[in-house]
Write a protein that binds this ligand. Structure first.
Ligand SMILES: C[S@@+](CC[C@H](N)C(=O)[O-])C[C@H]1O[C@@H](n2cnc3c(N)ncnc32)[C@H](O)[C@@H]1O
Length: 283
């Protein structure tokens, strides 16, 4: 059985709307708003698309994620958080409701000239995805998302890869690094947004080193929302690697942490680790 064969024991259903989803979807919205400010067509490849929409139970990881915003946003919440909240939280009443997945956030931001390629490995999840998203700009594909991305390197025009694997296998950390290195080599103009979970900083640090050594210029943001010493195997936050972020987008992404950190913390503390390499120093 190859690493990508089904069955597969991950279901995003149980994690939908959690603290990682909040950070990734706020960032995805911000990246898409910047890219769609340019009138040229954009192709977005969501390599691990999921079901596109999740029915939340009365309890679940969402209560420590999107549920933290049910009472509203702080008055000083930045525009990127407000836009996410408007798209997500209006569908999330205090007890469950539904939460949109990345395909819906992406589609909500795209224009008529854009295209969205959604890749989902699991047949039943893909069927659910296809049933919800009937739009001529959308193409739903099966198979491995990173292989699909490689096949789309030559796609004409502007390209954004949104890479959000389940990270159920240790090898996925190397596979996503390989995919970003290959993308940058083939398409130095391409944009990418990668999300990863943070249990400890060992794997994120190795990922950053690998990208830096391979000459992929990027911004990395680790939003740590629990003490890494206290709960070594738990989801203590999540991180993003952004390839192709200009200074304005970088500033916008940095600016969401003072709203998300205090809301998503599990022990009262939070920290944003920001690292950048290979990018010009902002003036
Ligand atoms: C973290 S979830 C995606 C969540 C989604 N991007 C969102 O933000 O709403 C990861 C998804 O990838 C799917 N998956 C797992 N391995 C895959 C692979 N090799 N290629 C494509 N999809 C895969 C899983 O079935 C799961 O639905």
């Amino acid at each position: 059985m190859s690493k990508h064969d089904q069955p597969f024991d991950y279901r995003h259903q149980f994690k939908a709307g959690n603290l990682g989803d909040v950070f990734k979807h706020v960032a995805l919205g911000a990246v898409l708003r910047e890219l769609t400010a340019d009138p040229r067509p954009l192709t977005v490849v969501d390599t691990h698309a999921g079901a596109g929409r999740y029915v939340l139970g009365p309890t679940g990881e969402w209560t420590a994620g999107v549920g933290r915003f049910d009472a509203g946003l702080p008055a000083d919440a930045p525009a990127a958080v407000r836009a996410w909240h408007a798209a997500a939280a209006r569908r999330t009443p205090n007890r469950g409701g539904t939460y949109p997945g990345s395909p819906r956030f992406a589609l909500g931001a795209l224009r008529p000239q854009d295209r969205l390629v959604l890749v989902e490995l699991i047949d039943e999840v893909r069927a659910e995805l296809a049933a919800h998203l009937d739009d001529p700009r959308v193409e739903v594909r099966g198979g491995d998302g990173l292989a699909a991305l490689a096949a789309l390197h030559a796609t004409p025009g502007r390209l954004l890869a949104f890479v959000d694997p389940p990270f159920t296998r240790k090898a996925e950390w190397d596979e996503v690094a390989d995919a970003l290195v290959a993308l940058h080599a083939a398409r130095p103009d391409a944009h990418a947004l990668l999300w990863y979970p943070i249990k400890s900083l060992t794997r994120p640090n190795a990922l950053h080193r690998r990208l830096q050594d391979a000459g992929v210029p990027a911004l990395a943001l680790d939003l740590v929302t629990a003490s890494l010493e206290r709960r070594k195997k738990a989801l203590n936050g999540s991180g993003l690697v952004v390839v192709g972020a200009g200074a304005a987008l970088a500033a916008e992404l940095l600016g969401v942490a003072p709203t998300l950190g205090p809301a998503l913390t599990t022990d009262g503390g939070w920290e944003l680790r920001a690292r950048r390499w290979g990018l010009p120093i902002p003036t």
